[in-house]
Design a protein around this ligand. Sequence first.
Ligand code: IZC
Ligand code: ZN
Length: 406
Amino acid sequence: MDLVLKNIGLLATPVGKTAKKGGEQKQILLAENAFVSVENGKIVYAGQGQPPDAAQVIDCQGRLVTPGLVDAHTHLIFGGWRQKEMARKLAGESYLDILKSGGGILETVRQTRAASEDALYEKGAALLKEMLAHGTTTVECKSGYGLNLPDELKQLRVAKRLAESQAVDLVPTFMGAHAIPAEYKENRAAFIELLCGEIMPAVKAENLAEFCDIFCETAVFTPAESLGILAAAAKHGMVPKAHADEIDPIGGAEMAAAAGCISAEHLIMASDTGIRALAEKNVAACLLPATSFCLDKNYARARDMISAGVAVAVCTDFNPGSSPNLNLQLPMYLSCLKYRLTPAEALTAVTLNAAAAINRSGMVGSIEPGKQADLVVWDAPDLEYIFYRYGSNLVRSVVKKGKLVV
Ligand code: IZC
Ligand code: ZN
């Protein structure tokens, strides 16, 4: 055996290769006094018994072990930061006010266009290392700060280089439909034509994205425009996703269901009809409580979604504007406090359900034979502890593909 983690006080993991909905979201495996054995980067056994000999042994000394965390919604690669917007927020301007005035996403677009590919790569690599140190072993990453052909490709090429060189698994999403750039302010139809007619074929030609996301929101893209753009993306082999009903209830959840999205994001203002549509069409909900926190807004109705049979995932939404926090432990805590998820439901939300939202649930998101050996050893005696002692990094060690990386 290559690696054994022994003396695990509590092994906590969802089980299976598909998203957990409704009452299944809280059904996790809890095994005391367990061990995990690993060979060729994959899990061989996880549970109780006598650990076998191994080239490397990690003594967990009674600690909690969970699957590596999966962050299924980030805007990881960007130039600059947006700390100057704090004063504007405090003076009463909303997120959309700042965007409409040419700031917000458009400020990050200016800074991302100005940054070199190498500079974005170095910054992204450092951020990924920080995420890994906080227990995140798989990260989805959206473009959308280029908003033209060369700069969208630049961001996605950075994502590819990071995927090839960093320990964390990176899953790329094309999000050219993130905002209307200043130069197309008076001609949105031409920008949509550029996205679908030129940028998508180029992304496809270099095979740079698995998913296509869109910001379906007041003053950004309408539900009708979103349907058209996501249909074009599907033709180019990208699986649709949508930022839906984050700020205003404009039928984003209904649109995401109609577009055949694998996941819908935010959903703070989603209607009952929208939630039912997500359940019917098997769309996972990627909920982002740290964004509600940062914008000082309402929280998504996670309990209603679970009751309706929607698979709930929880992610950081890491971005320089509405969620500058990359530590998934904060949204984990908020998902219990504000969404009223139980620790078991919340664990599934940041592992197996998040993996399902990015089509990785066959490979990661749980600790069971055959899956990739992505594991977190926590400085915690039980599961409740990591949803309680917020504010500190509770990660002790991280194993990625069978290698001790933290
Ligand atoms: O940079 O503000 N919500 N897109 C949609 C974002 C937040 C990222 C940003
Ligand atoms: Zn987002």
